[in-house]
Ligand binder design. Sequence first.
Ligand code: 13P
Ligand code: SF4
Length: 308
Amino acid sequence: MYQRTKDILDKIIELKRKRNAVILAHNYQLPEVQDVADFVGDSLELAKKALNVDADIIVFAGVSFMAEMAAALNPDKIVLHPDPSAGCPLADYATPDIIKKYKEEHPNVPVVLYVNSLAVSKALADYVVTSSSAVSLIKRIGKDEVLFGPDKNLADHVMKMTGIKVIPLPPHGHCPVHQYLIDEYHLIKALEEHPNAKVLVHPEAPPEVRARADFIGSTSQMLKAVKDMNAKEFIMGTEEGLSYRARKLYPEKKVYPLNPRAICIDMKKITPLKILRSLETLKPRVILDKEVSRRVREVIERSLEMLR
Ligand code: 13P
Ligand code: SF4
C-alpha cells in the first residue's frame, strides 16, 4: 500500500528501467501521467513514435484506439493499456457494418477513417488520418469525393479546407467533449474574460466555434501555434488537459482552457497507480486478432507514406 504519490512515481521509474518499458501518453492525460511519460504527443506523433519504439514493453496512457494502434504497429512487443475501459465514444460510431454498407452504396469512393476508430474498422479502410494529417492526405488522394468517418465535424472541416466532397460516415458521429463542451457560449465567456487572447480550436469542435477560431489544428499543432503566434494569451478550444501541457512547454505565455469543464473522462481514467500495476503485472495487455493487426499496419503505413 503506497502512502505517497511520489512513491508511486518513483516505483514507476524504477520498474520502467528494469523492464525496458516506455510510457507513451496523449496530450490530454493527467499532469502527473504526462510528467512520468517518456513521450507525450498527439495521435500522429504517438503513431510515429510507436513505429520506432526501442523497448520491450509499451505502456499506453491514452484511450483504447490509441493502445490498439500501438499494438498493431508492434506485433512483437508487449503493449499494456492500464485501463481498458478507457474508450473513445467517438470511435464507436464507425462500426464495421456501417463501413461495409457505405462501401456498397459508394463503390470506388475511397474510405478514409479518422484515427479515432476501432481497429476492426481501420482494417476495412483505405487510409487512416489524424486531425493533423486529414486535410493534406485527403488532398493527396486526388479524388473528387471520399467517405470519411466517424467525426462529422472533422469531415466538415476537411470539406471546407479542400473543396473535396466528404461523405460523413455516419452523418452524426461526434466527440461528446468537443460537441457539447467546446461550445459557442463558453467561447463568448472566455473571450469576455480574455479579450486579447487568440482562439485555438480542435477540428472536432462544432462549426460555429471553428468559424471564430484564429487557428484550427490537432492538439500538438495547437501547442505549436502557442509557440509560434505573435501573441501572449491563448484560449484552448479543446479538452482541458492540453492547457497544462501548453503552460509547461511555454511558461512565458498565458493559456486558458475555453471551458475548464471540458474533460474527457476516458482519458482521465489512466492514473499513475494503474500504470504502476500494469508494469508490475504486465496486464492488461492489448491483444489484437493477427489479420486485423496486419491490415491496420498496412493501412497506417500506406497513409504515413502518403504524407512523406
Ligand atoms: P489529436 O490527434 O489532435 O491529439 O486528437 C485526439 C483526440 O482524441 C481529440 O479529441
Ligand atoms: Fe474521444 Fe473526445 Fe475523448 Fe478525444 S476527447 S478521446 S475524441 S471522447
